[in-house]
Ligand binder design. Structure first.
Ligand code: FCB
Length: 455
């Protein structure tokens, strides 16, 4: 049994360090047929037999579409100062494109943002957290270059509508996942299994990021804009030269494939040559589009990966292997807070972004509710304390880390895992939609209170 964790190192984070929590539209909203919302690729994907472990979908999820006031109250009560949410594109353009955005969709996010501001929460809006309008998928989705233009139109409309109140914008959440999980491994919407398509999609996503940055800035000149990547420290399975080289190749596709072009270095040569025929088609000017200057880089950190050389392991001939007996979360992800320090230092050293935010970090455990209705999730508490300590260590070694967002405010629909995997600071009883703050949430609140008092 773990002992309760005391709030660590008070007074040591800068006074303006931004504490937040994060959610995403499809994972919490429900209300999929409300307010004129169109179908998304996740609505469609969830209907495929076997696609979601428990056969569920994002309906009703946390019914946040109707319960958002209570949810913002919960976020504010934690003492965080920022709330990261995403905008469901099919609520704004039910068909993906058009000259008239859906007024009910706009009104929902406008109320939500006003609700944040009223509670002292700084809104952080993500434009794409994976819920593409199905109508665009019918035309090829991210594989079709015209989706880039549709995305920047969507970005412009949102900047126009909310730019007077939302200062911080994230274009894409984890483009690696959209490309690879959605188009190569087939475990996320739209469920394709085509590596070459996935590589083309990754390129279109990056170009669409750059175009959306420009669109947002033209609609809201004072907007602070960035992108969020899922990054992983990559470790070789052994000191054998073959494994060392495999780790470099894997890092190439996982991390550098996205970081290098975003920071003006173009795609990494080693990955391009490993891809050969499967490399994406790049139009003149694309690399320049991708490298539109940003205000910050968002990093989602969950775990490191250990990689071995594997002649059968796809274009890159690599394989991710089990990482030993150390602690793992209920997702099977190794727990490694030091990996986060290592990763942030590396990003800073190799790319020097103007600012860095941890836009997601958190953990899934098998929560148990006691007779008294309390969830005493000490493992999550420990995970957060260790990773917050790691954030602090990163600051001490000079990483320009400006904020930390916990994933997630609420238990929610964990994509292909359905509702079985819980990441929330707040427990959600899906039968009744009752919310209960977990021990980890209480811990965070008391940690932030100490921070507030001291800073
Ligand atoms: C990230 C996603 C987020 C959530 C967490 C657990 O990859 O951005 O939506 O699923 O993992």
């Amino acid at each position: 049994m773990l002992s309760p964790v005391r709030p660590p190192f008070s007074r040591e984070f800068p006074a303006d360090f931004l504490w937040g929590c994060a959610t995403s539209s499809y994972q919490i909203e429900g209300g999929t047929a409300d307010g004129g919302r169109g179908e998304s690729i996740w609505d469609r994907f969830c209907r495929q037999p076997g696609a979601i472990r428990d056969g569920s979908s994002g309906e009703p999820a946390c019914d946040h579409y109707h319960r958002w006031e209570e949810d913002l109250d919960l976020a504010a009560a934690l003492g965080v100062r920022a709330y990261r949410f995403s905008i469901a594109w099919p609520r704004i353009f039910p068909n993906g494109i058009g000259s008239r955005p859906n007024p009910e969709g706009l009104a929902f996010y406008s109320r939500l943002v006003d609700g944040m501001l009223k509670r002292g929460l700084q809104p952080w809006a993500t434009l794409y957290h994976w819920d593409l309008p199905q109508a665009l998928q019918e035309r090829g989705g991210w594989l079709n270059r015209s989706t880039i233009g549709a995305f920047s139109d969507f970005a412009r409309v949102m900047g126009d509508q909310l730019g007077d109140r939302v200062q911080h914008w994230i274009t894409h959440n984890e483009p690696w996942c959209t490309a690879m999980l959605g188009h190569h491994l087939g475990v996320h919407a739209p469920g394709l299994r085509d590596f070459r398509a996935a590589m083309q999609v990754s390129h279109h996503l990056l170009v669409s990021h750059g175009e959306a940055v420009r669109a947002l800035r033209s609609a809201a000149p004072s907007a602070k804009v960035g992108i969020t990547l899922s990054l992983h420290p990559i470790r070789p399975a052994s000191n054998r030269p073959a494994d060392l080289a495999a780790a470099v190749r894997h890092d190439g596709l996982r991390n550098r494939w996205f970081l290098d072009p975003l920071f003006g270095k173009g795609y990494p040569d080693d990955v391009l040559s490993a891809l050969g025929e499967e490399a994406p088609r790049i139009v003149d000017g694309d690399l320049c589009r991708i490298a539109s200057p940003c205000d910050f880089l968002g990093v989602n950190y969950y775990f490191p990966e250990t990689v071995a050389d594997a002649p059968e392991g796809g274009a890159l001939r690599t394989q991710v292997i089990e990482s030993g007996d150390g602690p793992h979360t209920a997702m099977g992800w190794p727990v490694d807070a030091q990996g986060m320090v290592e990763l942030l230092e590396r990003v800073q050293r190799d790319y020097a972004p103007p600012a860095l935010y941890l836009t997601e970090n958190g953990a899934c455990y098998e929560d148990v509710m006691g007779q008294d209705g309390r969830v005493t999730d000490l493992q999550r508490q420990r995970f957060l304390a260790d990773h917050i300590a790691a954030a602090h260590q990163a600051l001490r070694v000079g990483v320009p880390l400006k904020g930390y967002f916990v994933w997630s405010l609420l238990d929610n629909f964990e994509w292909a895992e359905g509702y079985g995997k819980r990441f929330g600071l707040v427990h959600v009883d899906y039968a009744t939609q009752q919310r209960r703050l977990k021990a980890s949430g209480e811990w965070l609140r008391s940690f932030l209170r100490t921070e507030r008092v001291m800073s």
